[in-house]
Design a protein. Structure first.
Length: 352
């Protein structure tokens, strides 16, 4: 590991190239560049998750920590790690002070792996509009986490209002296990009948204020064509905010899935004995790794987000975001002038 204090972006690029020459070609076959935006207090968790994800998806990891935006003098401190604590590839941790933090892309852009997709992940509360952060505009895929916001449901609605193809949310990823179990259970009922199953209604017992529970309800509602609600289950659920799911089927049948608090779930369905399947709590790195497996649009997430928030028309959104420059100092001082704008293609990373 090499640490550069009070350095420049050019010096970071040169040192990275020097480390690569001495350390060997560790970046052959790189799949993507992962840009991590995190608060200082969340950096250890973000680094651990990025390391786990990099082990499964060879990538260059760039961690951006915006510190003391109001510092009078811009400053950049950088740690360059090759084949060390941040995984087998290349990683750079950048702590930015002063107004440099408002222009993080000026340091990040020269460090992107050539001809590789860019994924941006916010392990903090993202901006209300991702178009105000250039790191979001040039990324091919953008990962947020509504669950860590002070008001997860308000954050979920912001993500719907600001949605563009390529956006996703770790609150959605946390319900993957529940979705897999529900889909396989309904397939089992359909296989026994020899006919498709129709879901007439149902509910989720858990935490109505949990973003993951609401997205699971939105996914069921969009897939089943009937409203599925989240009701207070009276018990404290796990990270997913889901304690149980009950679906009412045609032919006067129903299926029930209950979390057993031991890393599993009990499935109850007609004419079959109860069965227990694994449903463990997943680590942050496991969630991030899942999202890095696909870089195309996440259509099921889009449909679940629409149904959960009531914001419609997401399928017709453009994949091109217009970069909007917002100066926090201007906002605080009440200058009120119109922000400068640049049209930037989010998919190709080219300016227009």
């Amino acid at each position: 590991m090499t640490t550069l204090w009070d350095t420049t972006g050019s010096a970071v690029v040169k040192e990275l190239a020097a480390q690569r020459r001495t350390g060997g070609a560790v970046m052959s076959g790189v799949a993507l560049t992962l840009v991590v935006v995190a608060n200082e207090s969340r950096v250890p968790d973000a680094e651990e998750a990025a390391t786990q994800a990099a082990a499964a998806h060879p990538c260059r990891v760039l961690v951006v920590v915006r510190r003391q935006i109001d510092a009078p003098v811009p400053r950049l401190d950088a740690e360059i790690v090759i084949g060390g604590r941040l995984g087998p590839g290349e990683a750079v941790v950048m702590r930015m002070y002063g107004r440099l933090g408002l222009h993080a892309e000026s340091v990040v852009l020269p460090l992107l792996a050539a001809d590789a997709p860019v994924v941006a992940w916010w392990h903090e509360s993202p901006p209300a509009k991702l178009a105000t952060d250039a790191l979001a505009v040039f990324a091919d895929r953008r990962i947020t986490d509504s669950s860590i916001a002070e008001d997860p449901l308000a954050a979920l609605r912001k993500r719907a209002e600001d949605y563009a193809p390529g956006d996703t949310d770790l609150a959605w990823t946390r319900c993957t296990g529940w979705r897999a179990i529900l889909a396989s259970t309904l397939d089992s009922v359909s296989g026994r009948r020899g006919d498709p199953v129709r879901v007439l209604g149902g509910h989720i017992a858990g935490d109505p204020g949990n973003a993951t529970a609401q997205l699971l309800a939105g996914w069921l509602s969009s897939r089943c064509g009937c409203p599925i609600t989240v009701e207070d289950g009276g018990r404290r659920p796990g990270q997913s905010g889901v304690d149980s799911v009950v679906l009412e089927l045609d032919q006067d049948e129903n299926v029930q899935i209950h979390a057993d608090r031991r890393g599993g779930a009990v499935i109850s369905q007609p004419y079959r004995p109860d069965a227990t399947v694994p449903l463990p709590e997943r680590s942050l790195g496991d969630l991030l790794s899942e999202e890095l497996r696909r870089l195309d649009q996440d259509e099921p997430y889009r449909e679940a987000l629409e149904a959960a928030t009531g914001v419609t028309g997401l399928a017709g959104r453009s994949a091109t975001r217009e970069y909007v420059w917002l100066d926090p100092a201007d906002a605080e001082n009440g200058n009120g002038g119109p922000p400068a704008r640049r049209a930037v293609a989010a998919e190709s990373g080219t300016e227009s």
